[in-house]
Design a protein around this ligand. Sequence first.
Ligand code: URA
Length: 433
Amino acid sequence: MRMVDLIEKKKDNVVLTDEEIHELIQEYTKGDIPDYQMSAFLMAVVFNGLTDHETAQLTLEMMHSGDVIDLSGIHGIKVDKHSTGGVGDKTSLVLGPMVAACGVPVAKMSGRGLGHTGGTLDKMESIPGLNIYVNEEDFIKQVNDIHLAIIGQTASLDPADKKMYALRDVTGTVQSIPLIASSIMSKKLAAGSDAILLDVKYGDGAFMKNLEDAKKLARTMITIGQHLHKDTRATISNMSQPLGYAIGNSLEVKEAIATLNGNGPEDLLELCLTAGSTMLMMAQKAETVTEARKMLEEAISSKKALHALEAMVKAQGGDSDYILYPEKFTMAEHIFDVYAPETGYIEDLEALTLGLVSMRLGGGRETVTDEIDHSVGLILHKKIGDYVEQGEPLVTVHDNGKWTKERKEELLSAFHFSKEKVEKPILIDEIME
Ligand code: URA
């Protein structure tokens, strides 16, 4: 195979053979195809797309470019959940314990955040001592013992995606549904679960800016799952405003703990109940949504879900007192309110802008090597549809010295007001399978 022929083929929109896709991924992972040729190929895919079969084949090859985790040592049906990312998305820290408390083994590999989106691992690391690098044997043992482990991906998982994603990031080739779908699904499939629930988000703060593209991405990933005989389903959820009220690592962990104590934001709880019900049914622990929701609600009211999180933190070497006494989390040095500049209903609340403000306070990474400040971020007081009087607190800022006039202007630019009453947006549009 000559790489230039593959580039020409994709440029002319000709379907690639399985053998060609196999060689492409093998040789690129080994370093035998230079980045400049891979970039040209990826750009041809951005313009011409891939067929369902090509996308499934690409996923399979990427999945097998490194280790595939064998979770057969874990008893029961393992259901993994993946969110396509957003602002204030602490779902895994609530949903994982809720589902585990209902007896479903949750063996989850998570990622770090980049840019305006946060990552579960960064949030977890705001708990002192918590180790996210757990070897496969201990990972399996932990899930068998307490039903729950959330750890970082090993370096040997899906090396093809690591190289390709880094290249796509700097060559304008991220925005392609088959490339996003194969990137996500190859990692999820290599992580070894029996079934996968995808939370595909759309809106200002998400990868997919509109509902139609989110559905297309979800359908592409479900089709890949079906090709590879994995039960794959998707919730389509709205990320036109942040999820919950907290943005920033330890602030989000505290909000997750409050939710497990029954005092969380309505939207976060609703997303966890909806996604959790689907996971319980995929794991064959419940037959109907009504039955599943009841089990999940009971996991919260009995505090079983909270104790599942506490047990996970303890098992991974973290100080589990932080789960029971969240006031122990280190607070930022400066905590102050920003007030509403006008009276009216909140019409729009740009998740992307708020995510960027939190990142610039130190809560996220502009580049992969940036250090995170776990204590900084934002607590929103109002969301879309809420009425606010001029001078009322809109946001509480948690800052360690990076707050400036520009930051304040940026923060306020995220809020759009209307004199007319505004409906609250729909949170979950659909569950696809
Ligand atoms: N997340 C991924 O893991 N891959 C993509 O391509 C986009 C989002």
